[in-house]
Design a binder for this molecule. Structure first.
Ligand code: DGL
Length: 263
């Protein structure tokens, strides 16, 4: 049996979208993926909507020129700014985005507070505010703009001290006694789950993100459009980055191989 062997394009402002790519590879090991991190232009989360749109389109065009059959915008910020326009322009292929996992957090609320960590631009966007409007009737939701946090993943270091300081300065003031869930609303943040759990200590707080849901949505859309690959094919991943610093590919590969829910 043969299917559509063209690769799936996955993009992010940097290395964060690898958290989505990882899930996608787990779910679709028989597909080829091209991942493009725009680290040269990162962060997107502090730029204007127009700038983010232009950058997202520029990366999407590069991926399209490589013959992709579907595009996943594995960046909450770029999705919020550009997904409508991307879908309007690329009507010949599925375009899948990611948004902060507010819905699952709100639907499973036990009455406590939900904190949504995301980039300042994601939180400012209409798309996010519309999402909040739907769910904050039934749940207590606190949006927390996390300026500067994605950079700590981009410049990966095994020294956790700066992260702990960041949490102390930015997260601590938002934490309530009844905080029950933290939504990781930027694709970079799942990579610092271990340090975040350590910071939270024995507090019973769930950490959730949209990576798996997004990866499943890619598969669903491919299936709907008859674009799935060949189940006998051994999928491969190609990682590209706009930065010419070889460190970015090395960090990307490290994150792809890293266990996210590591002890
Ligand atoms: N990884 C990105 C997101 O999911 C954006 C980080 C940034 O470029 O500011 O929002």
């Amino acid at each position: 049996m043969t299917g559509d062997l063209r690769p799936i394009g996955v993009m992010d402002s940097g290395v964060g979208g690898i958290s989505v790519l990882k899930k996608a590879v787990e779910i679709m090991p028989d597909e080829d993926f091209i991942y493009y991190g725009d680290s040269l232009n990162a962060p997107y989360g502090t730029k204007s909507i127009e700038e983010i749109k232009d950058l997202t389109f520029a990366v999407s065009e590069k991926l399209r020129a490589m013959g992709i059959k579907a595009l996943c915008v594995a960046c909450n910020t770029a999705t919020a700014a550009a997904i409508k326009d991307l879908r309007a322009k690329y009507t010949d292929m599925p375009v899948i985005g990611i948004e902060p996992a507010v819905k699952p957090a709100a639907l499973s609320t036990r009455g406590g507070t939900i904190i949504v960590m995301a980039t300042p631009m994601t939180i400012k966007q209409n798309k996010f505010n519309e999402l909040l409007k739907i769910y904050d009737k039934d749940a207590k939701i606190i949006p927390l703009p996390c300026d500067g946090l994605m950079e700590m993943v981009e410049n990966w270091s095994d020294d956790k001290a700066p992260l702990m300081e960041y949490f102390d300065e930015h997260l601590k003031p938002a934490l309530q006694d009844d905080t029950e869930t933290i939504v990781l609303g930027c694709t970079h943040y799942p990579f610092i789950k271990k340090e975040l759990r350590e910071y939270l200590g024995d507090r019973d707080i769930a950490l959730i993100d949209g990576a798996e849901g997004t990866a499943r949505q890619i598969r669903r859309r491919l299936e709907e459009e008859g674009l799935l690959g060949d189940p006998d094919h051994e999928g491969k991943v190609t990682i590209l980055n706009s930065s010419d610093d070889p460190k970015m590919i090395a960090i990307s590969q490290k994150l792809l191989d890293m266990e996210i829910d590591r002890p």
